[in-house]
Design a protein around this ligand. Structure first.
Ligand SMILES: C[S@@+](CC[C@H](N)C(=O)[O-])C[C@H]1O[C@@H](n2cnc3c(N)ncnc32)[C@H](O)[C@@H]1O
Length: 225
């Protein structure tokens, strides 16, 4: 008999149940979206206002495990939506702070007020002490909200509409520590939309090593050297 897939997330049962529920809701919503939704700018923001579009659960577990492995204390999340991936990042930062000490936060970013409110509710449900206290939510356009007060970063998760991705990374680049990890979702399925971002990361002059992980639709793992 096959062994059950190990789940690296260290959290109480109610948090696992919450995460399972949120991923299920997100997948149900996504399955009902028209297949062309990402390439149709007409009414895009209105269509997306009540949608999770959460990072897949296996990818969330990978990013959590990676954040634990590198002892990440400061993480920027480019695209927060209803705060699903943020919960994983906050759990990892909390564990790393317990283990290694010091200070740190997940800087979360969401431009839609209604989505930011839902994210706060989910974090509260996961636990203020376990999750919310490790998150600094910057509400508004991240090209403004990320201009100031960014600590040295260990990890950046880019899970956002393509036009914002490269400008966001460029804002954060001066804060990436040597060895910092940048993760980009959908690097295979959205390779065309992310052409400029991936071109920037893969250019030999920009100081990254790059690897495309074979998760569904691709997950790019880049290291700032
Ligand atoms: C793919 S979703 C993020 C999903 C999230 N990482 C998760 O796993 O739950 C991308 C989010 O980025 C937000 N967004 C798009 N452009 C933005 C901007 N310029 N500033 C801040 N947030 C933005 C969208 O409103 C959307 O909720």
């Amino acid at each position: 008999m096959a062994a059950p897939a190990p789940n690296p997330i260290v959290a109480p049962d109610n948090v696992h149940a919450l995460l399972n529920r949120l991923h299920e809701q997100s997948l149900t919503q996504e399955a009902a979206l028209p297949s062309t939704y990402l390439s149709n700018p007409d009414g895009f923001d209105d269509l997306m206002r009540d949608k999770f579009i959460a990072l897949d659960q296996d990818k969330c577990q990978f990013v959590y495990q990676l954040a634990r492995a590198i002892g990440a204390r400061n993480i920027a999340e480019i695209g927060t939506s209803f705060g699903v991936s943020t919960i994983y990042l906050a759990l990892a930062v909390g564990s790393n702070l317990d283990r290694f000490g010091g200070e740190g936060k997940v800087i979360a970013t969401e431009k839609e007020h209604t989505k930011a409110e839902r994210a706060r509710q989910h974090w509260k449900e996961a636990g203020d002490d376990l999750v919310t206290r490790h998150i600094d939510l910057r509400e508004g356009d991240l090209l403004e909200t990320l201009k100031n007060n960014i600590p040295q970063l260990d990890l950046v998760l880019i899970d956002i509409w393509a036009p914002v991705a490269l400008p966001a990374l460029k804002l954060l680049e001066p804060k990436l520590r040597s060895g910092a990890v940048v993760i980009i979702d959908n690097s295979i399925s959205s390779a065309t939309r992310y052409k400029e971002l991936l071109g920037h990361l893969r250019s030999p002059t920009n100081g990254y090593t790059n690897l495309t992980l074979p998760y569904s639709k691709g997950l790019e793992l880049c290291v700032k050297i």
